[in-house]
Design a protein around this ligand. Structure first.
Ligand code: NAD
Length: 494
């Protein structure tokens, strides 16, 4: 396995609060998932650090602060500057993302047919820079009092201090999806990164400072969910919580938000169906199923983890899908040509292996994979289960690993009902050359994003979020701006 190219002693590990990097007496290890070796010790946020970070964000939001006095066009220029700095340091961020998470650098640099991670982060900051000076209220023609006309208009004001809690699967990108729109709207932020991948957030902090954002506008705290995450969500001076993570934690966050009537958006888990009809181009179907499921070792919220294949093409699909899975090259994130890395840590590795055992125990058949790869690192072989039935645990629960479940279907209406019979509704996919059946299914599938003849196409302008227990609200696109603004109505006789 290739040694990693980063100089560990230069990696920033302190907390980023009020524009300064500060130390904590407590630290925790972050581990390279490909080697199981500790990369470095990271400073851990206590409740007191969270309080300091929220106070810094609150001060930065005060009406007399440099941030609040800034022109919208100046916020635009800061976001553009930040995008330029990320582009300048693109290689370093790609390597840091891959080192901490384990994903191959081919992916973190935006490859494999799904422009994600650092490449998409740059686009995202540029996209929201464009919005910063185009956020406008409306003049509304309300009735006068008979004698006097009334002027009525709305301001779209920033919601205030935003507490962000993010996961580890796309650490840079999940921070960016919140930073871009929130900063464009003029909010200030405290971001708690995942304890599994704290490093890229701290580097973003460094670039945010270099770009010239006023102190306290963005703060990064590293730490654990039940301590730092809980303290941030519960803090009375946090006006809005933007959360991405599991549905289980999302429910905890929503309860906390309810107690304070905080604004809250939730981007949660999924069990997304991909439907391959008898009219599909099977090579296209295999590509979509592989990108949809194996991208990032199956650690994607929108992973196409239920593949419904029409019975007429089922056996041909399985043959091709197995051949393709067996061609994926498993290895360390910095090894040449690697397309499949390790799971993020021992907990996720054990969780995925547990689901594989359950799949076998409940009667599904392993067509390929089904075991660990090598004896070091958290590698799970790309796995395809066939003979999967709807009631099987692996067809119902989010595995968040490289485990594809293939299910057979006979008719479109039957498969739509089966696909919709899930607590989740994040994504869905359709592969078919019949535009009529594509449009019929796209209309009736219960999902925030429906991919037709593709999968995992992300764009800063394209709204993303879930139906049902996959979330609340939308990230990206114009829709995300609503998450970070309050509408204020002003009425006066004129
Ligand atoms: P998680 O819920 O375990 O953790 C997410 C974040 O919440 C972490 O920062 C964690 O420290 C924090 N947290 C945990 N317990 C907390 C608590 N009690 N109070 C406050 N914060 C707490 O999820 P994860 O394992 O990091 O991420 C994987 C999950 O994220 C999957 O379910 C995946 O589908 C989901 N996800 C969703 C999207 C989306 O856009 N819908 C994107 C990426 C990941």
């Amino acid at each position: 396995m290739s040694a990693h190219p980063l100089d560990v002693s230069s990696i920033e590990t302190r907390l980023f609060i009020g524009g300064k990097f500060v130390e904590s007496e407590k630290q925790f290890a972050t581990v390279n998932p490909a080697t199981e070796e500790v990369i470095c010790q990271v400073h851990e946020a206590t409740d007191e650090h969270v309080n300091q970070a929220v106070q810094a964000a609150k001060d930065a939001f005060h009406r007399s602060s440099p941030w609040r006095k800034m022109n919208a066009s100046d916020r635009r220029d800061l976001l553009l500057k930040l995008a330029d700095l990320i582009e300048r340091d693109h290689k370093y961020l790609v390597e840091l993302e891959s080192l901490d998470n384990g994903k191959p650098t081919g992916l973190s640099s935006g490859g494999y047919g799904a422009a994600v991670d650092i490449a998409l982060a740059i686009k995202c900051f540029r996209y929201y820079a464009g919005w910063a000076d185009k956020l406008m209220g409306k003049q509304v023609p309300i009735d006068g009092d008979g004698e006097t006309p009334f002027l009525n208009f709305t301001y779209h004001e920033p919601v205030g201090v935003v507490g962000c809690i993010i996961p580890w699967n796309f650490a840079t990108l999940m921070a960016t999806w919140k930073l871009g729109p929130a900063l464009a709207c003029g909010c200030t932020m405290v971001i708690k990164t995942s304890e599994k991948t704290p490093l890229t957030g701290l580097y973003l902090g460094k670039l945010i400072k270099e770009a010239g954002f006023p102190d306290g506008v963005v703060n990064f705290v590293s730490g654990f969910g039940p301590t730092a995450g809980k303290a941030l969500a519960e803090h009375p001076d946090v006006n809005k919580i933007a959360f991405t993570g599991s549905t289980a934690t999302g429910k905890i966050i929503q309860r906390i938000a309810a107690d304070h009537v905080k604004r809250v958006t939730l981007e949660l888990g999924g069990k997304s169906p991909l439907i391959i009809t008898k009219n599909a181009n099977l090579d296209q179907a295999v590509m979509a199923a592989h990108v949809g499921l194996f991208l990032n070792q199956g650690q994607c919220c929108i992973a196409s983890s239920r593949i419904y294949v029409h019975e007429d093409v089922h056996d041909d699909f399985v043959k091709k899908a197995v051949e393709y899975a067996e061609k994926l090259k498993t290895g360390g994130q910095f090894d040449d040509g690697v397309t499949h890395g390790p799971q993020v840590d021992d907990i996720q590795f054990e969780r995925v292996m547990g689901y594989i055992k359950t799949g076998k125990d409940e009667g599904a058949t392993v067509a390929t994979g089904g075991e660990r790869h090598g004896d070091k690192g958290y590698f799970v072989k790309p796995t395809i289960f066939i003979d999967v039935e709807d009631h099987h645990t692996i067809a119902q629960e989010e595995i968040f690993g490289p485990v594809m479940s293939v299910l057979k279907f006979k008719s479109l209406d039957e498969v739509i009902d089966r696909a919709n019979n899930s607590i989740y509704g994040l994504g869905a996919g359709i592969i078919s050359r019949d535009i009529g059946e594509c449009m019929y299914m796209a209309k009736h599938l219960q999902a925030g994003t429906v991919y037709v003849n593709c999968y995992d196409k992300f764009d800063a302008a394209s709204a993303f979020g879930g139906f049902k227990q996959s979330g609340l609200g939308r990230e990206l696109g114009e829709y995300a701006l609503h998450n970070f603004t309050e509408v204020k109505t002003v009425t006066m006789p004129i």
